[in-house]
Design a binder for this molecule. Structure first.
Ligand code: GLC
Ligand code: CA
Length: 587
């Protein structure tokens, strides 16, 4: 069977052809001048969002939280962080989205809670509290000199170990992330039931259309808690993902979540609710397929992060921000791998190059130099718009927002707990002479890849703080808001914003071949251009993109193909201009 014949069997479902727009509430729009974005601010901008042509909104956590990890540390699933608004405001948002025919999904953050969650406060109150077992508590170990040691040598995500000592009950608790984010114990059935009620049913009953599921493959741990092998002899903590990722009961847990909760709900227009899981550290298609095969009844789709890891060490190691040069063929192979792995299967894939955990795509994958940043943004738009899978856009991507300026101080302007932990560690190991150049390396890694870049305030117009807030924003507004902002771009038919809207329209008009087509990578070793072919039954599209700032030869465009779109308003016949993208079709 030819690949496209198989591919045309992908069952059509609303969420496969929908484009999702991610909103990071702290940084979208501040309606009352306190410096924090809020839900009323999102409501003010709801027609802007709809005008893009997206079909669904993913709202990052707006729950009650001490905001150590920007809301990914939830202290009450059924409450809304006060500066963001109220539960009623979220109800209004649900209604406003539905009125404009957009779905709304929330973040489901249930691998861990905040240490300020009532469940954890009870759990830590005494060893015999009924909720003690809702988190992981372990006694200390002691070395031969009697020094207290944590139960395992695991390294956490945000630099540092995974265990924190609790004086009150004289035991350690487990946290894969910050010490204020204790991991929930999914082995405990009452704990799981409470999660389903509080974090899921509470919001599903209010009419949301699904969830983006945070850190979805970490609920099941190897509960013997073995030490990890020593791969970094200079450190007393070691990468240990094999003991806390894709663990022994993970599929059982996700199936249960689906059977007991999700399968009982419908979207506002009576369709199945959707889930998209955050699936890190799962490099192989076989591993991913277990989660997204329709038969498995686990998740509808997942984010696989090879693309955003370009240039990074793997998370859980200590070199995420130690930038390593990469070449375009690596990116092309990654795209090919995650485009094609669903062919002939009942699984599905996602397409994205930005979210709240990464630097801006223009800065990372194109060029944010003033003369190229617009061209880069448009090129990336077209390069991704024609890929198979569900497309996810991140706020600001549609206006070509770029990374924070390199001269901003990391200590002062970067707010992310991960950035600060990496930075502190880098400064320490440099100053102690353990790795003298680390400070410099991590600084440039953070300048390119820190999570902070995507968290800068949205640039609405050329007023103070880019129109984000009339007060002092929680994160400094980009120096370039006068040059890059939505208002100016709305009036300009040639802007990045206008181009994104067009790309979204084209994707809808040609959804057979763009959303559902079979992918074939052409000229894989070319370091400068990314060229691929999409086919669907009798239809073919050819996408040619130039990832460099110098003109490149145009690839062979078969006869019968006509130009559907270029990211330049004027094309030249024999070559791709700097950062140009084109799509040709034959129908
Ligand atoms: C996910 C989120 C990230 C957060 C982490 C811990 O990776 O995307 O922002 O820090 O989970 O909840
Ligand atoms: Ca506010």
């Amino acid at each position: 069977m030819s690949p496209h014949a198989e591919n045309s069997t992908h069952k059509r479902v609303w969420w496969k052809e929908a484009t999702f727009y991610q909103i990071y509430p702290a940084s979208f729009k501040d309606s009352n001048g306190d410096g924090w974005g809020d839900i009323p601010g999102i409501l003010e901008k709801i027609s802007y969002i709809a005008s893009l042509g997206v079909d669904a909104v993913w709202l990052s956590p707006m729950f009650d939280s001490p905001q150590i990890d920007m809301g990914y540390d939830v202290s009450n699933y059924e409450g809304v962080y006060e500066p963001y608004g109220t539960v009623e405001d979220v109800e209004k948002l649900i209604e406003a989205c539905h009125k404009l025919d957009m779905k709304l999904i929330l973040d489901l953050v249930v691998n861990h809670t905040s240490d300020q969650h009532a469940w954890f406060k009870e759990s830590r109150s005494s060893k015999d509290n009924p909720k003690r077992d809702w988190y992981f508590w372990k006694p200390a170990r002691y070395d031969k000199d009697g020094n207290r040691m944590p139960p395992t040598n695991w390294r956490s995500y945000f630099a540092g170990g995974t265990w924190t000592w609790d004086e009150h009950t004289q035991e350690y608790y487990l946290h894969l992330y910050d010490k204020t984010q204790p991991d929930l114990n999914w082995e405990n059935e009452n704990c799981r039931k409470a999660i389903y009620d509080s974090a899921m049913r509470f919001w599903l009953d209010k009419g949301i259309d699904g969830f983006r599921v945070d850190t979805v493959n970490k609920y099941s741990k190897v509960t013997q808690f073995p030490d990890a092998p020593i791969t970094d002899p200079s450190s007393d903590i070691q990468p240990a993902a094999q003991f806390w990722c894709n663990g022994p009961r993970i599929h059982e847990f996700i199936k249960e979540m689906n059977d007991d909760v999700l399968s009982k709900y419908r979207t506002y227009d009576k369709k199945p609710v959707v889930t998209v899981g955050e699936l890190s550290l799962t490099p192989e298609p076989e591993g991913v397929m277990k989660y997204v095969s329709a038969k498995a009844k686990e998740l509808d789709m997942i984010f696989q992060f090879d693309i955003t890891h370009l240039g990074q060490g793997p998370p859980g190691c200590d070199n995420k921000y130690d930038f390593a040069e990469w070449k375009l063929p690596e990116m092309k192979r990654i795209v090919e791998k995650w485009q094609t792995f669903i062919e002939g299967t009942d699984g599905w894939t996602t397409v994205f190059c930005e979210n709240h955990d990464n630097g801006r795509s223009v800065s990372r994958f194109g060029s944010d130099a003033p003369e190229w940043r617009e061209a880069s943004a448009k090129m990336l738009a077209l390069c991704f718009a024609a890929q198979t899978g569900t497309w996810f856009l991140y706020q600001g991507q549609e206006i070509g927002m770029v990374n924070a300026p390199k001269n901003w101080s990391i200590e002062k302007e970067y707010k992310d707990v991960e950035s600060q932990n990496y930075w502190t560690e880098a400064v320490r190991v440099s100053e102690q002479g353990i790795d003298p150049t680390r400070k410099k390396r991590i600084a440039s890694g953070l300048q390119l890849m820190a999570r902070d870049h995507s968290r800068l305030p949205f640039q609405w117009n050329s007023n103070v703080n880019g129109g984000f807030s009339t007060g002092t924003p929680w994160m400094r507004a980009h120096d370039l808001f006068k040059e890059i902002n939505a208002e100016a771009q709305e009036e300009d038919a040639d802007s990045v914003l206008s181009f994104y809207k067009r790309a979204l329209r084209l994707r809808k008009e040609h959804k057979d071949v763009f959303v559902y087509g079979a992918f074939e990578l052409l000229d894989p070793d070319n370091d400068n251009t990314f060229v691929y072919r999409k086919t669907y039954e009798e239809k073919t599209a050819l996408v040619a993109t130039n990832f460099t700032s110098v003109a490149q030869p145009l690839p062979q465009i078969g006869s019968g193909m006509k130009l559907l779109a270029s990211s330049y308003s004027k094309t030249v016949s024999d070559r791709l201009q700097p950062f140009e993208a084109r799509i040709y079709i034959d129908y």
